[in-house]
Design a protein around this ligand. Structure first.
Ligand code: DP6
Length: 360
């Protein structure tokens, strides 16, 4: 795809100072992104549910520098607390996106961010955090270039978010987003996420995601390291082909509302993701004993009741319990009585499918 869509050559420079705020949600992948090429290009297409309650709210204050210098200037605060340790990640992000948003060095920025979920919940805040920041930067671009259309705004925001963290490009819209080129998904591409363009059965409307916080500690292996271990991985080629097949399959599942097929596909994706970690070199395990306890309990309950409860995992020990709204009462009761005991300090988060980012 032509990258010139994302360049910004002529823009007004009479903007002096101001502030923009965006709230952007997290997302949970059904078909996982695991493995990337240079410049944050995914090895395979992925699809996710956008979440509703788990989000980052970022306020970006900008102030034109009196003299332009060849350096980024910014300060980051999380929950009002100065966070110099966030600096390197933002600096890397700014370097990656600078050629597309050349005004970055013209301003001094204060980035004030907060999450609706606890920072130490083991929930990655990179998807919601990077997408919120990318949207704030795009709001500045929009003021410098008022002719930018809404559709180009959202594409470029997702494009920038991807350069911050791959999965972040799937957080801007909802309720389902595809990232990565797939022959059967019109408009899908490697550079930004697109709203899933086909019919979705009512079974998946308002789908519930209860996130069981099994381990709230820092991950021992970051996603970035994990992605890199897919280079030269003995099963990489088959895995990337499987993800392409699974996107074809899920298209049919989403249309027909086949919950049984949905469960099989989503759980297999989650376990395959972790199987890739266990079979890389060096190998690692992010699941904890309680992750497996929960999975086994879910399987037993499903077998006994026939209810369409399923799980997925991201790159950590926490379990996302997925289920349709129509069975929410019975399944939530089961979660509270049987599964919460396996959560660290009994903590969990009730979330559901959401519809993307909002400017505040
Ligand atoms: C397991 O998007 O966190 O959650 O691009 O290096 O920032 P970077 O990785 P990241 O990887 C997410 C991996 C995953 C699966 C998924 O969300 O598709």
């Amino acid at each position: 795809m032509d990258l010139s869509l994302f360049s910004l050559k002529n823009y007004q420079n009479n903007l002096s100072n101001g502030s923009v705020t965006w709230s952007s949600p997290s997302n949970i992948a059904l078909v996982k992104y695991w493995g990337k090429k240079e410049h944050q290009i995914p090895e395979n297409p992925s699809i996710s549910f956008t979440l509703d309650d788990c989000k980052t709210i970022t306020e970006l204050n900008y102030q034109r520098k009196e003299q332009v210098e060849d350096a980024f200037s910014f300060k980051v605060y999380l929950d009002e607390e100065f966070k110099p340790d966030f600096h390197p990640k933002i600096e890397t992000f700014f370097k990656r996106i600078e050629s597309y948003v050349p005004f970055l060095k013209e301003f001094h920025f204060t980035i004030k961010t907060k999450n609706t979920f606890p920072h130490s919940s083991g929930i990655a805040s990179s998807a919601s955090g990077m997408s919120a920041l990318a949207l704030c930067i795009m709001s500045i671009e929009k003021q410098l270039n008022p002719g930018l259309t809404d559709s180009d705004f959202i594409k470029k925001a997702s494009f920038l978010a991807r350069l911050g963290s791959g999965s972040a490009c799937r957080s801007l819209e909802g309720d389902l987003v595809v990232w990565g080129k797939h022959p059967e998904i019109e408009g899908s591409n490697d550079l930004f996420g697109v709203k899933y363009p086909y019919k979705v059965h009512d079974n998946f409307k308002n789908y519930q995601d209860t996130i069981l916080l099994v381990d709230k500690g820092e991950k021992q292996v970051s996603s970035t390291v994990g992605h890199n271990l897919m280079h030269g991985h003995p099963f990489a080629k088959q895995r990337f082909e499987q993800a392409v097949d699974n996107i074809s399959k899920i298209k049919n599942i989403l249309e027909t509302g086949d919950l049984e097929a949905f469960i099989a596909l989503v759980e297999s994706e989650a376990l395959t993701l972790h199987a890739m970690m266990m079979t890389s070199m060096p190998y690692f395990i992010l699941m904890k004993p309680n992750t497996l306890e929960i999975i086994n309990k879910i399987w037993r309950f499903r077998q006994e009741t026939g209810l369409p409860i399923s799980f997925t995992l991201d790159a950590g020990a926490n379990v996302h319990v997925l289920y349709p709204e129509k069975d929410a009462k019975q399944i939530y009761e089961f979660i509270k009585t049987e599964l919460v005991a396996f959560c660290q300090n009994g903590h969990y988060i009730c979330d559901k499918i959401g519809f993307g980012a909002k400017q505040l």
